[in-house]
Design a protein around this ligand. Structure first.
Ligand code: ADP
Ligand code: MG
Length: 568
């Protein structure tokens, strides 16, 4: 291994030379402050993806006590905390030092959620942090002195400030870890207690804006559970936490427009993840198999059996193996539900704002005007009970616009001035007093969920000479080879690193299990089990800083939206 002094000398020597000469700095360097810098991949020009590096600090120097990472949830929380610290301090040192990305020092910047990422690792021996550096240049000529300053002077300071326990806020670390641990514990209790979700009193649900996930601060109304729906959890670290239970079964969220219905559902959706302390949703905890489904016209569909909801399409199109390059609102929503059920969703989350009206309701008058044999859709209201009864799948539904769901709901929560009220009894007596004359169209059973086996060759991420090309700009789309996978309708994705990992997960699954001809459910189960066993790094041949946790639901959602996908 070379020394820090050798890196220094080398960088001075490279000054003014052509950018490609930077390639020589690839390698490992022992720094005077007792950490190792590894330069894994050197960028080809100042505008290209920046140079990827990692730093390894021995625990003898970093000194994190073992109880801070003694269990998986503690370890993930600590890694998350350090990712945030490193990114923040790096940002202070990062600056514009020439052309393109020159001067950049960047760690992964997590959203509000805490989950496993490949940016930081920790064990008894050392801490590893992965990050990016924009090697500086003026035009295409190397700025060696500036590079030396960044790597040999700034970097040791960033490491010292953000990764040595003695320089960090011990109380904040403890709170971060204990919050995640308690949240994880509550999630593990939900099922036993018959709950889909829990929203603690005092939670702050609204966000600062549609593009800013930090908590709203002005005129915010904290959440308070109605007495009838209040439950409590005696958490390992934070003691008693009280809040509102959303039980299994069918829960309806009603209320006037702008009274906070969608905000509540959104928080429940993201409650499948843990959140950082201070987020306001750190005690909003949802069953990890709850899936948001919405309508998504325009998406592609590969041989999905949507016959529980849709039959007798015009021109005799099959709904047992329904295919479309351009689905309608109702067929896309039916598909999203069936695909979630196919891989084991135990709860569905729906919002009227993003649902197809004709998929959700069909009233008596319409039943009379358009007879059942002329309407392919069986509305969700006529299937939601059967879904719970036959498959044990709960539904949480925001519906302010129709009382037709009163007949099927087990709980009705009304949002009024951003506060929940239990109006179940009232809704039931209204339903009894004003009999709904609509005909029930759903039959006695929900119907079968038909497993699908993908055609391995139809999954292809190659582009030109490259066998794998993945591009991720935001959480709405994934460039996969020559295809663009639209993920705007998959609302439980929060970070681009998840999309990158999902893309690699699909390729991993194809390479490793493609020939086994597994059903989708079994294929994703294998991929998820391998990741759980070995970590996200198995998805990549070289170390990457920005791969993050995802669920099987989002993995399969991406695969299902791949327009080339074929089913056997
Ligand atoms: P609905 O779905 O009932 O029409 P939304 O959930 O979309 O209403 O909320 C309407 C607005 O109120 C949003 O701008 C949201 O950020 C804000 N809001 C939601 N909950 C609260 C709250 N507890 N305190 C303050 N503002 C809130
Ligand atoms: Mg709404």
């Amino acid at each position: 291994m070379k020394s820090q002094a050798q890196l220094s000398t080398l960088l001075f020597e490279l000054d003014s030379r052509g950018y490609k000469a930077y390639k020589q700095i690839k390698g490992e360097y022992e720094f005077e402050d007792d950490f190792t810098l590894i330069i894994d991949y050197v960028q080809g020009d100042p505008f290209a993806a920046p140079t990827q590096c990692s730093v390894i600090i021995p625990q003898a120097i970093a000194k994190f006590s073992e109880d801070l990472y003694s269990t998986l949830s503690r370890e993930i929380a600590l890694r998350d905390y350090l990712s945030r610290q490193f990114a923040q301090v790096a940002k202070e040192f990062s600056g514009f030092r020439g052309t393109g990305k020159s001067g950049l020092i960047q760690g992964i910047e997590p959203a509000q959620e805490v989950f496993e990422r490949t940016s930081v690792f920790i064990d008894d021996q050392d801490i590893e942090v992965r990050f990016w550096v924009g090697l500086p240049a003026k035009g295409r000529s190397i700025l060696g002195r500036q590079a030396e300053e960044m790597l040999c002077y700034d970097l040791p300071q960033i490491v010292k400030k953000s990764l040595l326990y003695e320089n960090l806020d011990g109380a904040a670390i403890k709170e971060h870890i204990e919050t995640v641990e308690d949240a994880e514990w509550i999630r593990s209790e939900l099922d036993k207690r018959g709950l889909v979700s829990f929203i603690a009193n005092g939670s702050i649900l609204p966000r600062r804006s549609g593009v800013d996930p930090r908590p709203l601060t002005d005129n915010v109304v904290p959440f308070e559970a109605p007495t009838d729906l209040e439950v409590s959890f005696d958490c390992p670290n934070h003691g008693l936490i009280k809040g509102m239970a959303i039980s299994k079964g069918i829960t309806l969220i009603v209320g006037g427009g702008y009274h906070g219905k969608s905000t509540l559902l959104k928080a429940v959706e993201l409650g499948v993840y843990n959140h950082v302390p201070g987020d306001g949703r750190e005690w909003v905890i949802t069953n990890a198999s709850a899936v948001k489904v919405r309508s998504e016209d325009g998406r592609s569909i590969a041989s999905v059996d949507i016959s529980p909801f849709i039959n007798h399409l015009p021109q005799g199109q099959s709904t047992q193996r329904f295919c479309s390059n351009n689905a309608s609102g109702s067929t896309s929503q039916a598909t999203n539900i069936i695909e979630a059920l196919e891989v084991g969703a135990t709860a569905l989350l729906l919002d009227e704002d993003t649902s197809a009206t004709n998929f959700m309701i069909r009233d008596r008058r319409m039943q009379q005007l358009i007879q059942k044999d002329k309407e392919p859709i069986t509305p969700f209201v006529d299937k939601v009970r059967q879904l719970y009864k036959d498959h044990g799948v709960s539904t949480v539904l925001v519906m302010g616009g129709s009382g037709d769901y009163f007949d099927v709901a087990s709980t009705v929560i009304a949002m009024e001035n951003f506060q929940p009220h239990d109006v179940t009894t009232e809704a039931q007596s209204i339903a009894a007093a004003h009999k709904n004359e609509r005909l029930l169209e759903g039959g006695d059973t929900f119907g079968e969920i038909t497993p699908r086996i993908p055609v391995s060759e139809s999954i292809d991420a190659s582009r030109g000479k490259r066998s794998v090309t993945i591009k991720v700009r935001d959480t709405h789309a994934l460039g996969f080879g020559t295809e663009d996978i639209g993920l705007g309708g998959v609302e439980q994705l929060v970070e681009t690193s998840q999309l990158r990992a999902i893309a690699l997960g699909i390729i991993y699954g194809k390479d490793k299990y493609g020939e086994a001809n597994l059903a989708l459910k079994d294929l994703v189960a294998k991929i998820m089990a391998d990741i759980e066993e070995e970590g996200l790094d198995i998805l990549s041949e070289y170390p990457q800083a920005d791969l993050a946790y995802f669920r099987q639901f989002e993995l399969v959602a991406a695969l299902n939206r791949l327009r080339t996908l074929q089913i056997q």
